[in-house]
Design a protein around this ligand. Structure first.
Ligand code: ADP
Length: 464
């Protein structure tokens, strides 16, 4: 959600920047089309009034017009006077550049009015209005005695920026600060519920339908939160219905299946011809598979409950695996599979019953998918903070793609090849390992064999 927040703020700043540029261009256009001429005319008028006052003084002495122009400059003007003999006088704030263009010289030579503030020389156009150059003035001619002069004048920038301008500048700064802070606050306010909704969605994938949203708003986000809460309730309802359906069906399946198995066992003890014995064998096998499937479904649904009651206790993995091997000894012998193991004492805090299911599934798979005369090797290794258990067989193996799907529910590489498979065993194994904060990985090669590696953290287990 951080990115959305960042995007929002960047977009606001970008809009602010673009609006400043557009405002500048617009203001520039207004300045170029009307303001510039008006300011020039005003300044020419002021300059003319100053020169006519000077001419009316009938004084030939420089001293008297100097005093007069000095006092005019104090009213907020920069003034430069050039005589036909090349004498220069400056009043008020000095100019930064004192080069007069040829056009300005016509004021003294041909008694023409110079409009320096009306011509655009700078690429900044509007900003050139404030340039403190001698060329950026208006010039008017005047005569005192027999001598012709040119008076060049422009308003003093310092006085232009009066107190009102300073107040406006602060006003602009305050508006900018308040609006930027406001936008940041608003972005946070807008994005917070979206973060919450994302969290709630994540919780739903973990089958937690009770994540509190606490979003009480009347806008579109409020409506979204409301619909989301309704969906949460509906999903919870569906999930409960699904689980209770599987539960009930699985329970209801168990007793008739036990009956079928019982009768099949009974029939097997009777004298039957080969054909009928085969039928009874099939009934027995299929009912066992169905019974196994319902048991696995029951276990999976109970593991799916977020609050599965784990019965953690100190469990000796090595003893558990040895016990599993012992229980499957007859099948190993029947299929002539050689088993070897390296099982040093490995106590761990875990749910013993669940872990037993893991070893049972891995060993039966190792037997089921082995080749006659193949072998199985089981190993326990302890590393820093973890117990690593490996089940390796020299069986039929799987391709990379098949191995990547092996932990999916109901996935079976070749459903027709093995009749007694359900495709649920490995998904149960993975679920149990994850409940113990562990990890399971598979490495397999077709016709070479398969190795399952389980990593169960020790420290994390003991902390809980
Ligand atoms: P199943 O009840 O079919 O054994 P599992 O979930 O235990 O279901 O296994 C899923 C599929 O992965 C199996 O159908 C099988 O094809 C493949 N598989 C599992 N273990 C092995 C193994 N040790 N060697 C080869 N294939 C395996």
């Amino acid at each position: 959600m951080k990115t959305l927040y960042r995007k929002f703020i960047i977009a606001t700043l970008l809009i602010l920047g673009i609006s400043i540029v557009i405002a500048f261009i617009l203001a520039n256009w207004v300045y170029m089309t009307s303001t510039r001429e008006r300011i020039d005319a005003q300044n020419v008028k002021v300059a003319k009034e100053v020169t006519s006052s000077l001419e009316q003084m009938h004084s030939t002495s420089h001293l008297s017009f100097k005093a007069y122009l000095d006092s005019i400059s104090k009213l907020g003007y920069q003034i430069y006077v050039l005589s036909e003999t090349g004498e220069e006088f400056e009043f008020g704030e000095p100019f930064s550049k004192k080069n007069l263009p040829d056009e300005a010289m016509k004021v003294v030579e041909q008694k023409e009015i110079y409009h320096g503030m009306d011509s655009s020389r700078s690429p900044w156009m509007m900003m050139s209005h404030f340039s403190n150059q001698l060329g950026n003035t208006v010039g008017v001619p005047f005569t005192i005695g027999d001598e012709d002069y040119g008076l060049y004048l422009r308003p003093n920038n310092k006085l232009l920026f009066s107190d009102v301008h300073v107040i406006f500048a602060w006003f602009f700064v305050a508006v900018s600060i308040v609006s930027i802070t406001g936008v940041i606050w608003f972005a946070k306010h807008l994005i917070q519920p979206i973060t919450k909704l994302t969290e709630a969605t994540r919780e739903i994938t973990r089958e937690n339908f009770n994540f509190p949203l606490n979003i009480h708003r009347k806008d579109e986000i409020g409506q979204l939160a409301e619909s989301f809460s309704t969906m949460q309730v509906q999903l919870q309802h569906n999930d409960e219905a699904r689980k209770s359906f599987i539960n009930n069906v699985s329970h209801d399946f168990q007793s008739p299946l036990m009956n079928i198995q019982g009768y099949a066992e009974l029939l097997k003890t009777q004298a039957l011809d080969d054909e009928h014995r085969e039928y009874v064998e099939i009934i027995d096998q299929e009912s066992k598979r169905l019974s196994n499937l319902t048991k696995q479904l029951l276990l999976l649904t109970s593991l799916d409950q977020k609050s599965y009651p784990m019965k953690r206790g100190m469990t000796r993995i090595d003893t558990q695996i040895k016990e599993t091997v012992r229980r499957h000894q007859w099948r190993l012998e029947e299929k002539e599979i050689e088993i070897s193991y390296h099982l040093p004492p490995a106590p761990i805090l875990a749910d013993a019953e669940l872990l037993m299911t893991v070893w049972d599934n891995l060993l039966t798979n190792g037997i089921k998918y082995n080749q006659p005369g193949g072998s199985i090797f089981i190993k326990i290794a302890q590393t820093d903070g973890a117990t690593i258990i490996t089940f390796k067989d020299t069986g039929i193996g799987m391709s990379k793609e098949q191995a990547s799907k092996a932990f999916e529910r109901f996935y079976r590489v070749d459903a027709a090849r093995k009749k007694d498979g359900t495709g649920l065993g490995l998904s149960i194994v993975k679920h149990i390992i994850e409940l113990h904060n562990g990890k399971i990985e598979v490495e397999s090669e077709i016709q070479k064999g398969t190795a399952f590696t389980i990593k169960l953290p020790i420290e994390k287990q003991t902390e809980e």
